[in-house]
Design a protein around this ligand. Structure first.
Ligand code: Z5A
Ligand code: MG
Length: 215
């Protein structure tokens, strides 16, 4: 059996170009890669999530939608594992960190970070996470901002702080140092960001690692 594929996550703040770059990276890696976007709106669970995000008056409780986002990842868990063991690189567009950061930023009593992370325990952890950041409020100038439920400047500010708290307090230092990179994409063209992402991904692939990490 050949070496297993790498699990590479592109995470980050809203409208920072995650989907654009995840697609470009998957193209770059070609048929030896699989691209998965979360939420995956094509599954039955994903359709409930899509309704929730598009309909601001959907009465689903915060706890229930949080668990649906997590279930949407569990739906894909076996597919991810099989692809990795078949030697394919799996590129993720958002994942567990978005799940915890958006829900926790709602400040719902009882839904603290631990509560938000608990349903994710056991999911495969990315071999490498690239986190896209920008300066201030560039995201809201980008196409489509404001179309869905969480897309307000005020909420995005809270999400940004929650992401940082999540990495500083809940992620271990070794993962932060060796398996993560914060990438400032402010004022960079799509091509410039793509080149940086490609270099990071190639390094991760070269380094290799047999052991599967888990949340
Ligand atoms: N959510 C959650 O609550 N819990 C969870 O567990 C998960 C998600 C997984 C929908 O997610 C919502 O679900 C999201 C988080 C929450 N809520 N919010 N906010 P989604 O992933 O479906 O969200 P989206 O609608 O795809 O937006 P996005 O992911 O934030 O956008 P993006 O992928 O970062 O950006 P993009 O689509 O690649 O690019 C946006 C535009 O900018 C587009 O017109 C590009 O052409 C342009 N672009 C991209 N890069 C550049 C550069 N470098 N320069 C100039 N313009 C650029
Ligand atoms: Mg996206």
């Amino acid at each position: 059996m050949g070496p297993r594929g790498r699990l590479i996550l592109i995470e980050g703040l809203d409208r920072t170009g995650k989907s654009t770059q995840a697609e470009l990276l998957a193209c770059e890696l070609g048929s030896n890669s699989v691209l998965l976007k979360f939420p995956d709106r094509t599954t039955p669970v994903g359709q409930l999530i899509d309704d929730y995000l598009k309909n601001r008056h959907n009465p689903l409780p915060d706890q229930a939608i949080h668990l649906l986002f997590s279930a949407n990842r569990w739906e894909a868990a076996r597919r991810i594992e099989s692809a990795l063991f078949a030697g394919k690189h799996v590129i993720l567009d958002r994942y567990v960190y978005s799940g915890a950061a958006y829900s926790c930023a709602k400040n719902v009593p009882g839904m603290d970070m631990k509560w938000c992370l608990d349903p994710e325990r056991g999911l495969i952890k990315p071999d490498f996470t690239i986190f896209f950041m920008n300066n201030g409020h560039e995201s809201e100038q980008r196409a489509g901002f404001g179309d869905e439920r969480y897309e307000t400047v005020q909420f995005q500010d809270r999400v940004k702080h929650t992401f940082l708290e999540l990495f500083e307090t809940w992620e271990n230092a070794s993962y932060r140092e060796n398996n993560m990179r914060f990438l400032n994409v402010a004022n960079k063209s799509i091509t410039e960001v793509a080149l940086e992402v490609k270099q990071i991904a190639e390094k991760c692939i070269r380094q290799g690692q047999d052991e599967i990490l888990r949340f």
